[in-house]
Design a protein around this ligand. Structure first.
Ligand code: PLP
Length: 394
């Protein structure tokens, strides 16, 4: 059965882009619609997901953490996917799609360098030229990821305008796409941006939730009571949530509450867009945005770079409004505690992003809110975060 591609989720989503980009978005929509259920495309994608990325990722019963927190916990191990996070699911899908579309070049933008690294992996695996825009300041802070991308044959282009960070890199990538739409695919890294990106990225990440459906049935003979995932742009969350949307499973989207040391309540929830954002337009979509009363974007902050985003995917904004997902948040210090718990009790070093989801389970397991059986999406591994954690030793 062919489902129509929705350009809007309630009042959210849409295509708020310069006129010159509309043909590119239309072409992408058309081509994605053509290939998404194509058996040859899907066979090739599944081959790479299995033999290159290492899927399916395990669903692991965390016995000792369950005992400690007082609720039965399974961990979806996206930290074991090649590259150490869920991001490759999406970059493999989009890079393959670009190849089917006849594009010769991939461009992307990256902040902490995780998405850029996943693009470099896919680019090398498919032999397609890959160029990644990165703020010059971010390049200094994340020089290991810059080096990784270069090792895998990608070109990293320093962006020296504005604050020399992610938002400037996004502007440059957009400019490049406008100038080179014929040959180039712009590979967006989360369920954000203009339609059809939020849908494309959600679909490619849904492999996570599809696997969980089968794995939990095999292990428990039933679906979990709740699923908990950290949320920056929202791709690992939508990926694990989407296949359960029509089921009786509670879905918790845990955002970064930051340090809690800010002047106002709104600023205190500094990357918690679903919790504290208001309607606005950002990066080509209408969504919830962290903004001041003039509509100026607030600078977000979190110890987890991947959660540090002033917007959120439009579908998540919609699902929050209709009450289908439950937006929550964890503070930096709570995430850090949970990080140490998972290290000590399970021998798993999680990403600081994923630690926000674990932290929410820790603080609410005994309230009954999560039920008896919980799946936590461990979106990535924490090796990249060790310097941050060492700097914050308890
Ligand atoms: C990038 C990243 C995130 C945040 O991105 P989403 O699109 O919200 O999933 C979360 N965890 C890890 C490990 C990441 O690398």
């Amino acid at each position: 059965m062919k489902q129509e591609l929705r350009s809007k989720f309630g009042k959210y989503g849409g295509q708020f882009v310069p006129e010159v980009l509309m043909p590119a978005l239309e072409e992408l929509t058309e081509q994605y619609d053509k290939y998404k259920d194509d058996p040859v495309f899907n066979e090739e994608l599944n081959y790479y997901l299995r033999d290159f990325a290492g899927r399916p990722s395990p669903l692991y019963h965390a016995k000792r953490l369950s005992e400690e927190y007082g609720v039965k916990i399974y961990l979806k191990r996206e930290d074991l996917v090649h590259g150490g996070a869920h991001k490759l699911n999406n970059t493999l899908g989009q890079t393959l799609l670009a190849r089917y579309m006849g594009k010769k070049r991939i461009i992307a933008e990256t902040g902490a360098g995780q998405h850029g690294t996943a693009c470099a992996m896919s680019g090398a695996a498919f032999g397609i030229r890959t160029e990644v825009y990165m703020g010059a300041r971010d390049m200094v802070r994340q020089r290991m990821n810059v080096y990784r991308m270069e090792l895998m044959g990608s070109k990293v282009i320093p962006v020296k305008s504005g604050s020399q960070t992610l938002k400037d890199a996004i502007n440059e990538a957009m400019r490049d796409w406008v100038a080179n739409v014929e040959t180039t695919h712009y590979l967006i890294g989360s369920v954000v941006g203009p339609h059809p990106f939020p849908t494309i990225v959600r679909d490619f990440q849904s492999v996570i939730g599809k696997e969980v459906r089968m794995q939990i049935m095999e292990k428990e003979g039933r679906f979990p009571d709740s699923i908990v995932a950290c949320t920056g742009g929202g791709s690992n969350a939508m990926g694990i949530f989407h296949p359960f949307i029509d089921d009786d499973v509670d879905l918790f989207a845990v955002e970064a509450g930051g340090s809690g040391m800010k002047a106002t309540d709104k600023e205190a929830l500094h990357s918690a867009t679903l919790c504290a954002g208001e309607d606005g337009v950002l990066h080509g979509m209408r969504t919830k945005v962290l903004q001041n009363k003039y509509g100026q974007i607030l600078e977000s902050s979190s110890i987890a770079a991947g959660l540090d985003y002033a917007g959120v995917g439009p579908e998540l904004a919609y699902l929050a409004d209709i009450g289908r997902i439950k937006p929550r948040n964890s503070m930096d210090s709570e995430a850090l505690d949970a990080f140490h718990d998972l290290c000590r009790f399970e021998g798993i070093i999680p990403a600081l992003e994923s630690s926000h989801a674990v932290a929410y389970v820790k603080k609410t397991a005994n309230t009954g809110e999560l039920g008896d059986l919980v799946v936590i999406n461990i979106s990535g591994r924490g090796d990249k975060d060790l310097e941050t954690v060492m700097g914050m030793r308890k």
